[in-house]
Design a protein around this ligand. Sequence first.
Ligand code: FES
Length: 129
Amino acid sequence: MYSKEVMDHFQNPRNMGAIEKNDSVGNVGNPICGDMMKIYLKVGKDAEEREIIEDISFETLGCVAAIATSSMITELAKGKTLDEAMIIEFKDVENALGSLPPIKLHCADLSVRALRKAIEEYRAALKKD
Ligand code: FES
């Protein structure tokens, strides 16, 4: 029922665990299934002084697809500018994983919301300074 890519990211998750010296954390949950995701960001600058995701990691309590989509979104977002990362959609995560069962598409959506929340938290903290 799960693609080979989903099982690979579930069994060998990329970028798992907290970044202790992070610049922001995006924390989201789905009240229906109870799954929870946290995305940690370390933000840097590229040669053109644009803000980029220098490092990213996740901690997820949830289903196979929640772990796999968290892992994949960290791979998709790493090295991107914050603006580029903000427009990653759940379909991008699903396509990168081959496919997801229809009832698991909300897991990809949760990973997108966690990433966007982390970026929004980072931007909100900058405004307070
Ligand atoms: Fe809800 Fe996977 S079942 S995030």
